[in-house]
Design a protein around this ligand. Structure first.
Ligand code: SAM
Length: 306
């Protein structure tokens, strides 16, 4: 099947609003190039071999949101919708469209994806790259395919940073909205014992299973395709949900019941303007925030039962 790629170029300052409008059109299948990250990364760019030279030439004031719409899902209407919404929001933008074959969509972004150190000792490495592991590092090998979760998105990075100090040998993990499986698979490689991975999207579940196998942890994983924690009836030491604020708020009444004593809930995907609403829901549902982390307008919370 062919797809239409819609590219929306906006100022980096508008990225949050722009991406939330894009998410009204498709909940996933969105890829954001935000070159302002390179400014933040500048002190680390000594490891230049990890960064594509072309990226360093990009305009760091601009971001580009790419959406991919299957031909049978009316891409033209999506463009009209996006144009109306972006204008109404007062965002300056330029929009372009191109038709792409499925294989180009699936593989085109790979040139921007390279080994990525996250937190104290984790490195996320694309499965098609070679990486020389350094002493003490934990390397998670990943091919996100068409699922969300390369490790490059702030929301994923925040989860992985919050997870590393709290995961313990023997921990059990629940990963709701597992996408590529990056969070649960990383937790397993960092010492956790077993994991249940759940996603509403069948493709994500398939990709998560493949990534678990790539990392040799498949036999310690169970996979469920479904909505939130509906089919889950056990308690866990570590519970991830990197989805969006509304879904986290919907999930919160069930979180405490799924945590073992002393268990942690890591919530991410919260845009900073929704932070207070999520914090209120956390408190109402018998949890307390141990740590709050923020990056690029995204907020993640490390919580435990009160
Ligand atoms: C932002 S991605 C996170 C992927 C990965 N966990 C990560 O941290 O990179 C959110 C994922 O949640 C899934 N999702 C959205 N709504 C869901 C729901 N109601 N129940 C379960 N999964 C859901 C999406 O399909 C998507 O794969």
């Amino acid at each position: 099947m062919d797809w239409t790629q819609i590219d929306i170029e906006i100022n980096c300052a508008d990225i949050e609003l722009g991406s939330s409008i894009a998410h009204m059109v498709v909940p996933y299948g969105i890829y954001i190039e935000d070159y302002s990250d390179l400014e933040e990364l500048a002190p680390q760019i000594a490891h230049i071999d990890l960064i594509d030279e072309e990226l360093l030439k990009k305009d760091r004031t601009k971001a580009v949101i790419h959406l991919y719409i299957p031909e049978d899902q009316h891409p033209h209407e999506a463009v009209v919708f996006l144009t109306d919404r972006l204008q109404a929001a007062g965002i300056e933008f330029a929009v372009g469209c191109s038709n792409i074959a499925e294989e180009d969509w699936a593989f085109g972004w790979k040139k921007y994806y390279h080994p990525l150190p996250i937190g104290d000792h984790l490195v996320v490495c694309p499965s098609w790259e070679n990486y020389d592991k350094k002493p003490g590092e934990v390397v998670v090998t990943l091919d996100p395919g068409m699922a969300f979760g390369t490790g490059t998105h702030n929301t994923t990075k925040l989860c992985l940073e919050l997870m590393q100090p709290v995961v313990k040998p023997g921990s059990t993990v629940l990963d709701i909205g597992c996408g590529s499986g990056i969070l649960a698979v990383s937790a397993l490689l960092c010492g956790a014992d077993s994991a249940l991975l759940c996603d509403i999207d069948a493709t994500a579940v398939k990709v998560a299973r493949e990534n678990a196998a790539l990392n040799g942890v498949e036999d310690r994983c169970q996979f469920i395709q479904g909505d939130l924690a509906a089919a889950v009836d056990q308690q866990y030491d570590l519970f991830f949900a990197n989805i969006v604020a509304d879904i986290i708020i919907r999930l919160l009444p069930d979180v405490r019941g799924h945590l073992k004593p002393g268990g942690r809930f890591i919530a991410s995907g919260i845009v900073d303007v929704r932070r207070d609403e999520v914090l209120a829901a956390v408190a109402q549902n018998g949890l307390e925030v141990e740590q709050m982390a923020e990056d690029g307008g995204w907020v993640a919370l490390l919580c435990r039962a009160r």
